[in-house]
Design a protein around this ligand. Sequence first.
Ligand code: PXL
Length: 280
Amino acid sequence: MKRIITLQDISCVGRCSITVALPVISAMGVECGILPTAVLSTHTMFKTFTCKDLSDQISPIADAWEKEQITFDGIYTGYLASARQCDQVCEFFDRFATRENLVLVDPAMADNGSLYGAFDESFPAAMAKVCAKADIILPNITEAALLTGMPYKTEYDEAYIQELLEKLLKLGCKTAVLTGVSYSPDQLGVVYLDRDGQSFSYFTRRCATSYHGTGDLYSSTVLGGLMRGLSLGDALALAADFVVSCIDATAQSTSARWYGVEFESQIPVLCEMLKKRLMK
Ligand code: PXL
């Protein structure tokens, strides 16, 4: 069984980061180790939250793993709490990334044109250094604009997306995947470009409501799919279909949108979708 390590926060309530990555990646048949970078009462979209920074734990934990010769088939990072943590994650890559394993970075820091509340304007430059060391990065359009210095647009054409992707590759990563791309009101999808000039896109119908945490759900599913041997295109498509199915399942719920999507009921659907793609 493949083993991955994910470095991101634990938001105790609110379905994001580790509370999404762990169940989803495990359900996909991949061992999911965690390195919690901070513990928050909830994610930062709640009005009141606590945050205990665990930066001082990253290096001793890494030391212990190195001594035990623990290795990972994948390293997956999400929300990081500070610029210092971005530097620590870069050091972690230097120690644990190899030619054989996969480094996937979701630069979870912004959406809908603005940075998350906990960050200041210097943060994207720190996250860009993390992206530089990745095999695959998965920003949304807001994050891509902040990482590249390009303007953020809500109305755009294929040339804008292509330019964003090319500038993302210039950060140093091998493959850039843009999420939340839409060329028509009823569709939403992903587009990728890699260093060899290969590209791919996949679109689903656009759901009426958006929920917090779907980015984390998406990235976790992509990583799980890749670890199970799917091609990047198949993993991206599987993750998109799964997120749509989770949003559909949540649409009847009266729970507020910032509690995330009810992915729990869709885990059997995910396993079925994965099985079908593996048999293709
Ligand atoms: O879903 C991304 C995320 C993860 N962790 C924390 C967050 C957010 C987004 O707001 O606040 C703590």
